[in-house]
Design a protein around this ligand. Structure first.
Ligand SMILES: C[S@@+](CC[C@H](N)C(=O)[O-])C[C@H]1O[C@@H](n2cnc3c(N)ncnc32)[C@H](O)[C@@H]1O
Length: 179
């Protein structure tokens, strides 16, 4: 009696299963609460920061750096003579980064810019950066291939001649050839 599953009930169950499988690939692109809304450094971002060849006094550009968790850690590692610029196209993200990094901003060790990496240029007179990095930014990780060339050109212009760019497409980072 209890073992028979009527056909009319079995079909919706299969549909629900298929729908879950179709939605799954979109997940890694989303800004999830734990990683992106908090100012705490997640284990993922710590691995990224640990892999960057940071030195005291470096100037570092973080692309898509809202809400500032990695940038704060980088600012601590490059020290008082260094600087971090958080570039992000989201107004809300930049507001959060400014709130989360208030101390570093007030000390002149971190600044923010609200712009897309494929459109930005540094304010005239801004010293160039030694290193740039990006985590989960579609313009640089292959999700938006049409944005890759303009983004790379802008990053190259913001870096010193031997400046380096790292993107989180490796384990954890890939060094991108800029020549
Ligand atoms: C998935 S979240 C990742 C945030 C952080 N980098 C991390 O790994 O936790 C992507 C961030 O990059 C920003 N972003 C996406 N595309 C961008 C672009 N083309 N130019 C600048 N910022 C971008 C978004 O506004 C968002 O803050």
């Amino acid at each position: 009696m209890g073992g028979d599953v009527p056909a009319a009930r079995a079909r919706p169950r299969r549909r629900a299963h298929r729908a879950r499988r179709v939605r799954a690939p979109a997940r890694p692109q989303a800004c999830d609460e734990e990683d992106t809304m908090t100012s705490e450094l997640s284990p993922r971002l710590r691995r990224v920061v640990d892999a960057l060849p940071l030195e005291p006094g470096m100037r570092v550009l973080e692309i898509g750096g809202a809400p500032g968790a990695a940038a704060r850690e980088v600012a601590a590692r490059v020290g008082p003579q260094g600087h971090v610029l958080v570039l992000d196209r989201s107004d809300t993200g930049i507001r959060r980064a400014r709130a989360n990094c208030r101390e570093e901003i007030d000390a002149g060790r971190l600044s923010t810019m609200c712009a897309s990496v494929e459109d930005f240029e540094l304010e005239p007179g801004t010293p160039l950066f030694d290193l740039a990095f990006a985590c989960r930014v579609g313009a640089l990780d292959g999700r938006h291939p049409q944005l890759y060339a303009p983004a790379l050109a802008n990053i190259r212009s913001a870096l010193v001649p031997d400046g380096r760019l790292y993107v989180d497409t490796g384990s954890p980072l890939t060094a991108i050839q800029l020549d």
